[in-house]
Design a protein around this ligand. Structure first.
Ligand code: NAD
Length: 502
């Protein structure tokens, strides 16, 4: 049965008035499974108006009450995590266990946000001058917006809104129009948890909705996660409209393998991190920089593991890897296999011929692939492919590997595989990347650390969640106060000099 997904504004479903709709696909069959309303400026305005109206009451809601609602939301999320994971798998294509993992990582951020009273404590200094105290207060910004990508339709929004709302802001989420249902389920859970209407709103849409958010004078801050060209555009446009912005972009994550590494661990990790979620993760490994002397051994081990991977529908629990998100994306990813060979790489594993035993022929399938002997000038290395294609670059030594990683314009995640603690320590110090793994291929920080890349993987100052998330969603007010002591004269008289302390 075909579904229709609409906006969530002011605590309830809100039919789109713009009249534009997009299709939602089942990537495993290629069929249209539903439609989604695409907002115009009118719906965005309605969502911002609802959030503005809710802001004064929510800002003044006692921390203890906010936390009770957050705890209830957390329990409801735990109750419905399978339902949420099924929805994600059906619209994104990733296998159910992977979708469940994404929900679990989002839930960790809610856990973190439940500790908000501790995180919102300001500082207090007594007697900074005679009879004068100074203290700081962290206050919410107002209406804040989140614009999120297709590849984590629950986790990435949950990097943002639990903390934003816990800090006392109200929120407008513009999720990806490719898999919009998770956001609406989350909105329903907030309502069930007792969050006042208007504190959390969802508007679906494409560029038109995004532009309306970026330009809206009622929006104080924008958190964006998506591809680098759009992240750059969002950063510039929203900042140009006077907003606080954090815009997380794309990635090209390298795995460096030194000769002393445990090659079985490295091969397991390359396969898991390269092909999990069909490579549609911003922390996926896409380039393996391996020292030449162990390269053949590593490629052989990867080939062996890939031959045993089962590609199939996300709702089949025998599947290790599902389809890609759209037909266009699958075709674009596959085109890098051709361009790679044309430019001189060796196609060591061709995912186009990987069996999909239970796959509908209309599904957006592409099996795991490996291009060997890739050079840094090739398109398959320069571009973010965002699919199940690993590129192997053979390097002379540690220095050449680090030079390669540091010369790359992206700087989201990286990992080194070695048994040499000194080399690993040098790597963590020298590498120009925001998140580093040591014998850990996908070093996604836990919720109480912050998530963010360097270089063209992030525009702005603040990383997502953790204490940087609290910092992003609050602003500091410093108060200097004097109260009259009954035994002391309140003033030394008129003094036109600049205030000094004493
Ligand atoms: P995308 O940039 O196409 O879309 C992201 C959001 O921007 C969506 O909500 C979309 O509707 C909107 N958008 C798309 N085109 C737009 C335009 N021209 N103008 C204004 N808004 C527009 O990204 P995607 O394909 O949904 O997601 C995959 C990308 O996200 C990859 O590049 C991946 O690396 C990146 N990503 C990064 C992180 C990170 O933490 N750095 C996390 C997840 C995904």
């Amino acid at each position: 049965m075909s579904k229709h997904v609409t906006h969530w504004i002011g605590g309830r479903a809100h039919e789109g008035a713009a009249g534009r709709r997009g299709d939602i696909h089942d990537p495993a069959s290629g069929r249209v499974s539903g439609t989604v309303d695409l907002a115009g400026a009118g719906e965005v305005d309605a969502a911002v108006a609802a959030a503005r109206e809710a802001f004064p009451g929510w800002r003044d809601t006692p921390l203890s009450r906010r936390v009770q609602i957050l705890f209830r939301f957390r329990e409801l999320l735990a109750r419905d995590q399978d339902r949420l994971a099924e929805l994600i798998s059906a619209e994104h294509g990733k296998v159910f266990s992977d979708a469940r993992g994404e929900v679990a990582r989002g839930l960790e951020v809610v856990d973190f946000a439940c500790g908000i009273p501790h995180l919102l404590k300001g500082g207090y200094s007594e007697n900074v001058s005679t009879g004068v105290d100074s203290y700081s207060i962290l206050q919410p910004l107002g209406v804040v917006a989140g614009i999120t990508p297709f590849n984590f339709p629950a986790m990435v929004p949950m990097w943002m809104f639990p903390i934003a709302i816990a800090c006392g802001n109200t929120f407008v989420l513009k999720p990806s129009e490719k898999d919009p249902s998770a956001a609406v389920l989350l909105a329903g859970l907030w309502a069930e948890a007792g969050l006042p209407a208007g504190v959390f709103n969802v508007v679906h849409g494409d560029k038109e909705a995004v532009d309306a958010v970026l330009e809206h004078p009622g929006v104080a801050a924008v958190s964006f996660v998506g591809s680098t060209p759009i992240a750059r555009y969002v950063y510039r446009t929203a900042a140009g409209h006077g907003k606080r912005v954090q815009a997380l972009g794309g990635a090209k994550n390298h795995m460096v393998v030194l000769p002393d590494a445990d090659l079985d661990l490295a091969a397991d990790s390359a396969v898991s991190a390269g092909f999990g979620s069909a490579g549609e993760r911003c922390m996926a490994i896409s380039a393996v920089a391996v020292v030449d002397s162990v390269a053949d051994g590593l490629v052989e081990r990867i080939r062996d593991r890939v031959s045993r991977l089962r590609v199939g529908p996300g709702d089949d629990d025998r599947s290790d890897m599902g389809p890609l998100v759209t037909r266009e994306h699958r075709d674009k990813v596959a085109s890098y296999l051709e361009s790679g060979v044309r430019e001189g790489a060796t196609l060591a594993i061709d995912g186009r011929v990987h069996p999909v035993p239970d796959g509908d022929p209309g599904g957006f399938w592409l099996g795991p692939s490996l291009l060997d002997r890739v050079g840094p000038e090739m398109a398959c290395y320069r571009d973010e492919i965002f699919g199940p294609v690993l590129s192997v670059l053979r390097v002379r030594d540690y220095d050449e590997a680090v030079e390669l990683v540091n010369a790359n314009p992206y700087g989201n995640g990286t990992a080194i595989f070695t048994n040499d603690g000194g080399a690993a320590r040098r790597f963590q110090n020298e590498v120009q990347v925001g998140m580093v793994g040591i014998n850990v291929p996908i070093p996604v920080p836990v919720a109480y650390y912050s998530f963010g890349g360097w270089k063209q993987s992030l525009f702005g100052d603040s990383h997502a969640h953790g204490t940087e998330g609290v910092h992003f969603y609050t602003r500091t007010k410093a108060v200097t106060a004097r109260w009259t002591d009954p035994g002391r004269r309140p003033s030394g008289g008129v003094d036109l000099g600049f205030p000094t302390n004493g």
